[in-house]
Design a protein around this ligand. Structure first.
Ligand SMILES: [Zn+2]
Length: 160
């Protein structure tokens, strides 16, 4: 008899997005993304962090700050990193993006332009923000489906 308590595809990919978020050095917000194709093959992953070559230790991590002393000028979001990190041969057209937090409007643009057709998100805690509302407006116009991740209470414990 085969096992029956194996995780679903959704749990598997959201689990990888959560695992990726754990790589983030951002003290306030850790976000992960995992992009998969129609055959449930993982194409690329990402988390929020400074652009390649920009030393984490020399960059600001605070939200607020004088002049350029705010992370917002620099941090590359998880979804954008996942899209840009993709090194496969094909395109992301028709793929699904699992994210731990609903995409901001900048990432929504990149998601649409790269041809991703569905976003599965865990948290929508900034639902009332202009950024998130702009994302939803664009997704609806562009025909990108967005779906809240269900079954949030599966507990998986393991040591690393
Ligand atoms: Zn973003």
């Amino acid at each position: 008899m085969k096992r029956s308590d194996y995780i679903t595809w959704d749990q598997y990919f959201m689990g990888i997005a959560i695992m990726s978020a754990n790589r983030s050095k951002d003290p306030n917000t850790q976000v992960g993304a995992c992009i998969v194709d129609q055959d449930n093959r993982i194409l690329t992953v990402g988390y929020n962090g400074m652009p390649s070559g920009c030393n984490d230790d020399e960059m600001p991590w605070d939200r607020e700050g004088e002049g350029m002393a705010s992370k917002y000028f620099f941090v590359c979001h998880a979804e954008l990193n996942a899209i840009l990190n993709y090194r496969g041969g094909g395109t992301l057209r028709g793929s699904r993006c699992y994210v731990t937090l609903f995409p901001c409007n900048e990432c929504a643009k990149a998601i649409i332009q790269s041809g991703i057709k569905e976003v599965i998100y865990m948290s929508d805690k900034y639902a009332d923000s202009d950024s998130t509302m702009a994302s939803k407006k664009m997704f609806e116009m562009a025909g990108v489906k967005y779906t809240e991740y269900e079954n949030k209470h599966k507990k998986i414990e393991f040591e690393l």
